[in-house]
Design a protein around this ligand. Structure first.
Ligand SMILES: [Cu+2]
Length: 453
């Protein structure tokens, strides 16, 4: 620490000197308490523990559609090797993209370690341009922060840089390129960094990690467009758009944690889980004290943040888990269409068919038909919506997945669709039901005007 009296640190130094001389008055003690409160629960920078081991010190996270970065131990330090480079990635069946990522994956593999671990991360640059890796949300020495130009020289193509620090916190943080961010993040150069607590206060049975992203991939093109700032047309969870997303499979009664990170270029995502109430237990700033946690069914995950939710999977079934922005559960072809709701094409179709064989006006009742009809799409593009569901076409795409809760399962393989027990599935009403309850579809009761209440 600098001892230059001109430093802004001089106030801190003088306080320490006073405390050391046991001449502290009330006001000084208050200052000391607030300083320690800010670092409460965080090991000091030099606190090292033996390297945390999966299975013994933590339950490894599950990464649907994703991967994890392997590590090896060298003299008590966990050593990782990341390689930045071009990646051919499938965003959804039928939609391939030329992205940039790490170790052949988009997004980069999840890095998993334990509070107090010393980590050494090598980064080899195989991109045609310079890059860096920023450890987003990490408490570390300034020179390890990975901001090109500001805290380090950018890593030139072909070079390998080394980052090394001790993990002073627990929770879900992230990593991403911090050099030409607009291009490199838009092309996929992001990843999650999960740090398990040394002494966990809450235990779960399933621990999922999901990174959100949004892309602009013009139909027929393969290169995501990093210059887009508004109209993203592919929305992903772990870099997959529905129906490409793998389900989250759990056994009934398990305690479930889902860590959600968002390094989309521009948009925040309100992620909604059906059929459950969950608690928001952590942010990228760490654990939220129990008294401050609250119950939700939708958690907003802003750009540049992580949110962790926890719940008990107490109700078997296939539960939708998705962004609640309607255009974020829509795929590539669904945006910027003319509004044809209620339009009656009359003889138009027949006349246009003389010029364009097979032409049919669509969209007069909305977009659902297009998913069901398997609307033809250009090469290397995906329909706006539509995955096959058990009962019908699922009229969603994009940032959509399914929590599959099953009784007594031994494997977390996709168990297929849920078999609803008799009497627990919405079906067409029987005439006997309508008669018993006095329901006449032709004569519904008028809504009661409530304005006088
Ligand atoms: Cu969204």
């Amino acid at each position: 620490m600098s001892t230059d009296p001109k430093d802004d640190d001089s106030a801190v130094l003088s306080r320490r000197a006073l405390l050391g001389a046991s001449a502290a008055g009330g006001a000084l003690l208050v200052a000391g308490r607030s300083a320690s409160a800010a670092t409460a629960g965080k090991p000091r920078a030099d606190t090292r523990y033996p390297p945390g081991r999966p299975g013994r010190d933590y339950l490894p996270v599950a990464v649907p559609n994703g991967s994890k970065l392997p590590w090896k131990l060298v003299d008590g330090v966990k050593v990782f090797h990341m390689v930045a480079g071009e990646v051919d990635h499938e965003l959804a069946p039928g939609l391939k993209a030329q992205c940039w990522g790490y170790n052949g994956r988009v997004h980069g593999p999840v890095i998993e370690a334990v509070e107090g671990d010393r980590v050494r991360l090598y980064v080899t640059n195989r991109l045609p341009t310079a890059t860096t890796v920023h450890w987003h949300g990490m408490l570390l020495p300034n020179g390890m922060d990975g901001v090109g130009g500001l805290t380090q020289k950018a890593i030139a193509p072909g070079e390998t840089f080394k980052y090394e620090f001790t993990l002073r916190q627990s929770g879900t943080v992230m990593y991403h390129s911090h050099h030409d961010e607009m291009t490199q993040i838009a092309l996929g150069m992001t990843g999650l960094f999960v740090i398990h607590p040394r002494r966990p206060r809450r235990r779960v049975d399933r621990d999922f990690a999901i990174m959100l992203h949004e892309w602009r991939v013009d139909p027929g093109a393969r290169r995501p467009n990093p210059n887009e700032m508004i109209e993203f047309n592919v929305l992903t969870m772990n870099a997959k758009a529905f129906p490409g997303t793998a389900p989250l499979v759990v056994r009934t009664g398990q305690r479930v944690r889902i860590r959600i990170g968002n390094l989309s270029p521009m948009e925040h995502h309100p992620i909604h889980l059906h059929g459950h109430q969950f608690r928001i237990t952590e942010t990228d700033g760490g654990e939220i004290s129990e008294a401050a946690q609250w119950t939700e069914t939708t958690v907003l995950v802003p750009v540049g943040s992580t949110r962790t939710i926890e719940f008990v999977a107490d109700e078997p079934g296939d539960w939708a888990f998705h962004c609640h922005m309607t255009h974020h559960v829509m795929n590539q072809m669904g945006h910027g269409l003319p509004n044809l709701i209620g339009v009656k094409p009359g003889e138009l179709d027949e006349r246009v068919r003389k010029v364009v064989p097979g032409y049919m006006t669509m969209g007069q009742t909305g977009m659902a038909d297009m998913g069901e009809m398997g609307m033809p799409v250009p090469r290397n593009s995906i329909p706006m919506l539509g995955g096959k569901g058990k009962h019908d076409t699922i009229t969603m795409g994009g940032m959509f997945s399914v929590l599959k809760t099953r009784d007594g399962i031994r494997s977390y393989k996709d168990p297929g669709w849920y078999e609803n027990p008799p009497g627990t599935l919405a079906i067409a009403a029987e005439p006997a039901d309508l008669r018993r309850d006095g329901i006449d579809a032709e004569r519904p009761p008028a809504a009661e005007d409530d304005s006088a209440a």
